[in-house]
Ligand binder design. Structure first.
Ligand code: SAJ
Length: 409
């Protein structure tokens, strides 16, 4: 029998399944995509993350990691599926737990007495309780009794894209159980590879802790983004301002950018806002400030383009942040699409992808950095990729530069 069955082989499930496998656990990785399953079973990967290819290859070659489209019995089940939000007609965002519910229900034929079910997906408060209720409802539907001693815990991941493998091992973790025994068993499991501290708590506190961490960062980035708008109005260099203010021993302002992207920080605060709308006023405003920033950048670029008789805009970077290939919820994609939709000729440079996402294909041309700089007269730095690190103001002489990351000096 498998020691572990990990449901969802994306940015969290795949590294987690692989690291357990390299530590000697027999792991079945499950994904609904046959293409993902086939890729992993041949020791390759479908996402980009430094050193993940080496880890997955080692896990598969050891014989301890196997991928399939259906779960199978295991001692521990880990749910690592997406938890997006749904935009309601009134503009509010509510969590979409459909993937968690479907993955939980898929476990029902396979759970046995004493199994531990761990929810790793970032989830609204109360989701671990729902996992238990969904599993019990599905067992009833199948005519099965609830196996004795099933345990449930929430152990949110905290790893930073771009540094996942390091942080997987060295970040402190939280193990929140529906019961103390569940939390203790989850802790014992993660000690297989986690060299940092693992703190025990209840599932609701663990769920809220994960949301709180990302909401904290969102509010702090919103502060920086709001400062950048204020500085634009007051004709102050925001980067210089932040550098100077951060010399105060208790001030640590983050960096403004084109907006906040990715599947975590731009999403998770909404789970708190949806659960406590009257109280979460600052969190909602931070989301609105960060979501507004791409519109500000689009307006800046359009104003700059209007100064040229035949404007050609080069958008440098499409990923949601530096040195990753992830275009999900990327403000850079949103800005590039909006510029193309406004009728401008737009070239996109993204060294981390081979093809444009659907929202851009047919609208903009994906080109190399040199080709873009040879043609464009308006250059918009959207992502501070290392690949753009050698760009200087001198090299861009004669062009209008909009540097949303404050990188080019
Ligand atoms: N950003 C700024 N200015 C900054 C820092 C970030 O504009 O000073 C932007 C980035 O460009 C990006 C977005 O914010 O668009 C988010 O990037 P990030 O690097 O702050 O965070 P993520 O989304 O890659 O990962 C976060 C991390 N959470 C925290 O740092 C509290 C990570 O530890 C979590 O595991 C991850 O979310 C997750 O999966 O929840």
């Amino acid at each position: 029998m498998n020691d572990l069955c990990v449901l969802g082989l994306g940015y969290i499930g795949l590294p987690t399944a692989s690291i357990f496998a390299t530590k000697g656990k027999r792991v079945l990785g499950v994904d609904i995509s046959p293409a993902v399953v086939e890729t992993i079973n041949t020791g390759r990967i479908h996402i980009q993350e430094p050193d993940l290819d080496v880890l997955v290859r080692a896990a598969v070659q050891s014989g301890n990691l196997r991928a399939a489209t259906e779960p199978a019995p295991a001692a521990v089940f880990i749910l690592a599926v997406p938890t997006p939000f749904i935009v309601q007609s009134d503009g509010s965002r509510t969590p979409d737990l459909a993937y968690v519910e479907a993955a939980t229900r898929a476990l029902a034929p396979h759970v046995r007495a004493g199994n531990l079910v761990i929810l790793e997906s970032t989830s609204p408060v109360g989701t671990t309780e729902k996992v238990k209720a969904w599993l019990e409802a599905e067992l009833a539907r199948l005519g099965r009794d609830v196996p004795a001693g099933l345990l449930y815990a929430h152990c949110p991941e905290r790893i930073l894209p771009g540094q996942m493998l390091k942080e997987l091992v060295s970040n402190d973790r939280i193990a929140g159980g529906l019961t103390p025994a569940a939390a203790a068993q989850a802790k014992a499991l993660y000690e297989t590879f986690c060299t940092a501290q693992i703190f025990l708590t209840d599932a609701r506190t663990a769920e809220m802790a994960k949301l709180t961490e990302n909401a904290f960062r969102d509010v702090n980035i919103a502060f920086a983004n709001e400062l950048s708008l204020i500085c634009d109005r007051l004709r102050i260099d925001v980067w210089e301002l932040i550098r100077l203010a951060n010399r105060h021993p208790r001030v640590k302002i983050l960096q403004p950018g084109p907006g906040v992207g990715g599947h975590c920080i731009a999403v998770d605060p909404w789970f708190i806002v949806a659960a406590a709308p009257a109280e979460a006023r600052l969190l909602r405003t931070a989301r609105e400030v960060n979501d507004h920033k791409p519109h500000h950048v689009v307006a800046q670029v359009r104003a700059a383009a209007a100064q040229h008789a035949q404007p050609v805009v080069a958008c440098l970077g499409l990923a949601f942040k530096a040195n990753v290939d992830d275009l999900r919820e990327s403000p850079a994609v949103e800005i590039t699409a909006a510029l193309a939709d406004s009728g401008l000729q737009v070239l996109a440079v993204e060294p981390h992808v081979q093809a444009l996402p659907p929202s851009l294909s047919g609208k903009v041309q994906l080109v190399g950095l040199e080709a873009a700089l040879a043609t464009a007269n308006v250059v918009v730095l959207l992502v501070d990729h290392r690949a753009f690190g050698s760009l200087t103001l001198a090299a861009l002489a004669g062009k209008t530069l909009i540097d949303t990351r404050g990188q080019i000096r």
